[in-house]
Design a protein around this ligand. Sequence first.
Ligand SMILES: Cc1ncc(C[n+]2csc(CCOP(=O)(O)OP(=O)(O)O)c2C)c(N)n1
Ligand code: SF4
Ligand SMILES: [Mg+2]
Length: 347
Amino acid sequence: MTTATPQPGKKTNRIGLELLTYKGGKTTLCAGCGHNAISERLVEAFYEMGVDPQRVIKLSGIGCSSKSPAYFLGSSHGFNSVHGRMPSVGTGAVLANRQLIALGVSGDGDTGAIGIGQFVHLMRRNLPIIYIIEDNGCYGLTKGQFSPTADLGSRLKTGVVNDLPPIDTCTLAIELGATLVARSFSGDKKQLLAILKAALSHRGTCMIDVLSPCVTFNDHDGSTKSYSHVKDHDEPLGDVTFVPYFDDIEVDYDPGTTQEVTMHDGSRLLLKKVAENYDPTHKAQALRLLRETAERGVFATGILYVERDRPSFVDLLNIVDEPLATLPLERVRPSREALETIMESLR
Ligand SMILES: Cc1ncc(C[n+]2csc(CCOP(=O)(O)OP(=O)(O)O)c2C)c(N)n1
Ligand code: SF4
Ligand SMILES: [Mg+2]
């Protein structure tokens, strides 16, 4: 547990920590990169929710996006893994210590290309993890080649046209079993912050695809992942408001147009609908919406799908509450008699 001696006059959160405690190293990413804005929202979300940074493990693969955990939550645990292999490292970490709050940061290349096999199995397990894809439609770190989320017909700076259809990671995540799926835009501070806070209250896999323009290689006319294109083609499902359990203030909303989802810890997610009759707990409807908006060339943003009551992977495995990582040897090593009984049963 992070200990804090609040300084008089310094603003702190509900566990007595200053915003500074949630920051990380100075970014080495390009100025204006969407990934930097996502790091800033993560700092705010963890601070405002009063999460103890020492309970957090940050996980990533390889890419500009995967470098970004160095720029927030400097006192948390961290594991910068091999390209596309973050899901298996994260699964191991959560199973070894179920008390950890796991935050995975990946890129559209790290997830959609080399890591797609690991990604699909992570999504179907409902492991408690927040999995963010910082989605710029290209391999930023290796100079901007198309990634598998690049839209059909989008153009590189060099004029090369993408002639392959994209993978929609939100569709994939919903189809496979992730229990909170959202899409947002790095430039939409309010929406992204509310989604991150909701994710921190969810018990299961949260997959958040954040459109995050690469200003150096993919921010020109002809790109569908540029700031101007995303701004013009963002179709929010409505306003997302998040009320944490410890901050149960009255919210003024019209029940006819707002859906309330109570999260596991008692927090409330209020989804003010723009799209008539959109129900984020209805899987088929969420998949239809993604297909229909993609056909029109727009990005539906907000909480696309949420399922509250599915057991998480750690519950399914009946893992004891006490972290396996801290159990003493005598409690994890079977006795000689137990081993002999097992050997006997295999004869
Ligand atoms: C095994 C392996 N193959 C290829 C690479 C080269 N490589 C490094 S990052 C990267 C893609 C990164 O793209 P993305 O995940 O979208 O991150 P971004 O830089 O766009 O944020 C590639 C292909 C590598 N590091 N390791
Ligand atoms: S190359 Fe692109 S993705 Fe990488 S830091 Fe620069 S702007 Fe961001
Ligand atoms: Mg990328």
